[in-house]
Design a protein around this ligand. Structure first.
Ligand code: PA5
Length: 446
């Protein structure tokens, strides 16, 4: 069976193979540090050998709970934010039909909440759920995140009003810490089914824990195949695989070589609208892992060819501080030919009989060459097709490459001290008990 692959040929006009290979010692040291847990962040390495540790019994438990929600609910709301949200959404959207978005056949509609504090979003959600048989998966590692806790408070109330308290407790599932946090306290008190987020797996590395696996299973997708793809990459990206053949090592080395040569922004490019949230997940993974100590490649993303008509000009011709990494899907899941038209008023008969995907691929190749000519280095990650197995491969590939790349950059890729600052200010402005001093200080600055 084929695997995902990495092609860096269109980078070497900007940094040489030698410049990339110069990172080999640092990459190997990073791989060793990950394996041996010798660098800061070593208490958060539970994701490293997670795929190979997932057994069929655990998958069976997840599938059983998913089946209960699937059989009882028309809609399942997944409440979570950041690492407790983006992985599940990325996978579900990548696998779902574009026009039945998040609506697989014969199962509940999976929708998301707890990732914003919009009054309109939440009241429209409550109105949408009115009268529907809905369930909730409440996901929060800390169990105290404001966005998620606020949404869950509203969802719990409405769920209990619509089902009755006893039945509601059968369709609410918690995924949280084993002992601490409000989500754990509530789950234990109300008797919800619950799954644990391991202490040593940070949010943005948690998609292969119940955080991602349960919502994906509820949406009707094959979590065994997803895990099996991740297991394959765990083998293929292990330190035992030589640098030149190890796509995670090569990706980490190449992006660090580009960064050292002034390319400060990485744009993840897709040519499939379904991959929009894969990019959102990737941006969190790399942004929160590497953006520290006033260092780090800025992760951006575009959906092509759509954004060629908005961002294309900047990419072709703007400041030359960017490089692109393209997610290229080799084979579409559907088949559609461009029809012939007798009048040919649109002049498109030269495309008649071709697959739409061939047009898309030529847009991809033409864009790659134009951007390289315009001074934008270009890497390509080829994915044989969009299915659970290859998405599992992609997830683990990006995770391990991120751990390696962060250590090569010289930061701790597994903490996120910067995300606490806005919370302190928000709590002070909302007069949360305990924030009286900060409240006075911050109000004086407004
Ligand atoms: O990656 C992270 O650590 C964050 O994005 C968290 O996942 C996010 O802030 C949500 O936190 P929690 O799961 O504690 O509610």
């Amino acid at each position: 069976m084929k695997n995902i692959s990495l092609n860096i040929d269109k980078v070497t006009g900007f940094v040489t193979r030698e410049q990339i290979e110069a990172f080999k010692p640092q990459v190997e040291a990073a791989q060793k540090a990950l394996e041996e847990g010798t660098l800061p962040g070593n208490d958060s390495l539970g994701w490293l050998h997670l795929p190979s540790s997932i057994g069929s019994e655990f998958i069976g438990q997840l599938k059983a709970v998913a089946e209960t929600l699937r059989s009882k609910c028309e809609v399942v709301v997944v409440a979570g934010i950041g690492g407790s949200y983006l992985g599940a959404r990325a996978v579900i959207e990548a696998l779902s039909n574009n026009f039945a978005a998040l609506l697989p056949a014969n199962g509940p509609r999976v929708i998301f909440a707890g990732h914003n504090i919009s009054e309109d979003y939440l009241s429209e959600l409550m109105a949408y759920l009115k009268g529907k048989k809905f369930g909730v998966i409440n996901i929060s590692k800390s169990g105290t995140t404001t966005e998620t806790a606020l949404a869950f408070r509203l969802l719990k109330k409405q769920c209990e009003e619509q089902w009755g308290k006893a039945e509601a407790s059968e369709v609410i599932v918690a995924i949280t810490d084993a002992v601490k946090g409000a989500a754990r306290v509530t789950a234990d008190k109300e008797g919800y089914k619950s799954f644990i987020i391991p202490d040593n797996v940070g949010g943005r590395f948690s998609v292969l824990t119940p955080v991602g696996l349960l919502p994906i299973a509820v949406a009707g997708y094959d979590i065994e195949a997803l895990v099996s793809g991740a297991q394959q990459m765990e083998k293929d990206c292990s330190p035992a695989v030589p640098f030149e053949q190890n796509i995670a090592a090569m990706y980490a080395a190449t992006r660090n070589a580009l960064y050292a040569n002034g390319k400060k922004i990485e744009i993840l490019v897709n040519y499939q609208p379904k991959l929009h949230f894969t990019s959102e997940w990737w941006k969190q993974l790399y942004g929160e892992s590497e953006g520290k100590d006033h260092k780090g490649i800025f992760p951006a993303s575009v959906d092509f060819s759509t954004d060629l008509h908005s961002m294309g000009q900047w990419i072709q011709d703007g400041e030359r501080t960017i490089f692109e990494t393209v997610l290229s899907i080799e084979k579409p899941n559907s088949s559609l030919l461009v029809p012939c038209d007798d009048e040919n008023l649109d002049g498109l008969n030269f495309l008649a009989g071709k697959h739409v995907d061939e047009v898309n691929k030529m847009a991809e190749l033409g864009t790659q060459l134009a951007h390289v000519d315009g001074g934008v280095p270009n890497m390509r990650i080829s994915i044989p097709e969009l299915n659970e197995y290859y998405i599992g491969q992609l997830i683990y590939f990006f995770e391990i490459a991120c751990g390696i790349s962060g250590y090569v950059l010289g930061v701790n890729p597994f903490n996120q001290p910067g995300v606490e600052d806005y919370k302190r200010n928000m709590f002070a402005l909302l007069d949360k008990p305990g924030y009286e001093e900060q409240s006075k200080a911050i109000r004086a600055r407004l």
